[in-house]
Design a protein around this ligand. Structure first.
Ligand code: ARG
Length: 462
């Protein structure tokens, strides 16, 4: 049908379902600003090559400003069946505003193939900048908590079994370091998103020798995509974003899972603010950590988007194929999910209350059995032997029905090994001392946690 942008060669009508199936306007309209900016830059570049007069260029720029204003005001009327995607919609409307004689010159030497690739990169760039801000906030919330709660001790776990005492702040910073790597990776991938494909044409480049470096500069890109075949088909910047998001959401999921466990009555280490909890429609006493469960759950959704789009790309030949239109929905949804998740996580962490006493009570003397062995190591006994002696102390305390190995007397200890001295109780059975002794880089000793905080601050400041 001749109303279609590409209708010239067609005589037969399109299957109505095919028309809808083919359309991307209901989601790619979110890129209207990027599309307008790309076209305005292109009009300038075409004027530089003498394809547009100064007047035509200015009319196109003015008209596109009006189109953009309609999108902003929510008055842009999409014509179903005609406005296939954001590119056709904007060009159709531009023609109505400034006349098709001038509007019809805009697309000279350009294709929707280089146009859409450019729009996506402009759109994504803006979103990644926003996300960087949200991730920065999340990291600041971690740093704030770690500093404020430095004195709080808790059990560290392996296999979800109590293992050794750590600082709560050490737990906080373990996650913060993952998130700060996510921030570094984000800044890295941004550079690859920020390349301009405009001027690649449909695939074989631009016949009017459009100044691609001018276009890149005009649109705020750092450089151009260096091959036109690649320019129209390269979606690595989307794959990388999805993969980045999948990993970041994996970090969020682990973090959320820890906090869900810590928030149970059985642990009671933390309680979520009402703002991030919900109730049960049946059980009046319930306060559920829905925020954390959604953070954990949405990571699955993002992995799916990543894997799904990889499948879409696999087996495609070079250059543009319509399959590539399938890049938008996963990307848009993923970007929104990640942006929201970082903000929710920030809210959760900065408002949750920690129950220091519960954390303390969960520290048991058997968690210092390694410290008991280390005590003897410091007095020259080989570790394999001290491990055995410490194990014997645990057994002896159990046999005596004692609450912990700290209840054994000096005589009991000397009976197990004559290297034990009067200082054993004071040196070993003190959780704070145990934590402070773990003073190698990356450990839970106060100054080492402060170092971790400084590392993250340095990434934030970079
Ligand atoms: N809506 C299309 C997309 O998202 C724009 C590019 C269309 N190009 C084409 N040759 N049909 O990919």
């Amino acid at each position: 049908s001749s109303t279609k942008l590409w209708g010239g060669r067609f005589t037969g009508a399109t299957d109505p379902l095919m028309t809808v199936y083919n359309e991307s306007i209901h989601y790619d309209r979110h890129m209207h600003t990027a599309d307008v900016r790309g076209s305005q830059a292109y009009a300038k570049a075409m004027h530089l090559r003498g394809i547009l007069t100064e007047h035509e260029r200015d009319e196109i720029i003015r008209g596109l400003d009006l189109v953009e204003a309609e999108w902003e005001a929510g008055t842009f009327k999409i014509i179903p069946g005609v406005d296939e995607d954001i590119h056709t919609a904007n060009e159709r409307r531009l023609g109505e505003i400034i006349g098709t004689h001038i509007a019809g010159k805009l697309h000279t030497g350009r294709s929707r193939n280089d146009q859409v690739a450019t729009d996506m990169r402009i759109w994504l760039r803006g979103k990644l900048e926003e996300i960087e801000g949200f991730l920065t906030d999340l990291l600041k919330a971690h740093v704030g908590r770690a500093e404020q709660d430095m004195h709080v001790l808790m059990p560290g776990y392996t296999h979800l079994q109590r293992a050794q005492p750590i600082r709560w702040s050490h737990w906080v910073m373990a996650h913060a370091l993952s998130f700060s790597s996510d921030l570094e990776r984000l800044r890295e991938l941004y550079k690859r998103v920020n390349k301009c494909p405009l001027g690649s044409g449909a695939l074989a480049g631009n016949p009017f020798e459009v100044d691609r470096e001018f276009l890149a500069k005009e649109l705020g890109f750092e450089g151009v995509v260096g091959n036109s075949l690649l320019g129209v088909s390269d979606r690595d910047f989307i794959v990388e974003t999805l993969q980045w998001a999948a990993l970041a959401m994996n970090h969020i999921s682990k973090w959320a899972e820890d906090l869900i466990i810590y928030s149970t009555a059985e642990f009671g280490f933390i309680s979520l603010a009402d703002a991030y909890s919900t109730g049960s429609s049946l059980m009046p006493q319930k306060k559920n950590p829905d925020s954390l469960e959604l953070l954990r759950g949405k990571s699955g959704r993002v992995f799916g988007q990543m894997a799904g789009f990889m499948y879409t790309l696999k087996g495609l030949p070079s250059t543009y194929n319509k399959d590539l239109q399938e890049d938008k929905e996963p990307l848009f949804d993923c970007v929104r999910t990640v942006a929201d998740s970082f903000q929710i996580a920030t809210g959760v962490l900065s408002t949750l209350k920690i129950n220091e006493q519960k954390m303390r009570e969960a520290l048991t003397m058997d968690m210092l059995a390694t410290d008991l062995a280390d005590y003897l190591v410091r007095k020259g006994v080989p570790f394999r032997q001290t491990h055995h002696i410490s194990g014997a102390a645990v057994r002896l305390a159990e046999e005596r029905g004692f609450s912990g190995i700290d209840k054994l007397t000096l005589e009991d200890y000397k009976g197990l090994c004559d290297v034990f001295e009067e200082d054993v109780h004071a040196e070993v059975f003190d959780f704070e001392k145990s934590v402070e002794k773990r003073a190698a880089i990356g450990g839970p000793a106060r100054h080492r946690v402060l170092e971790q905080i400084e590392k993250v601050k340095a990434v934030l400041g970079a």
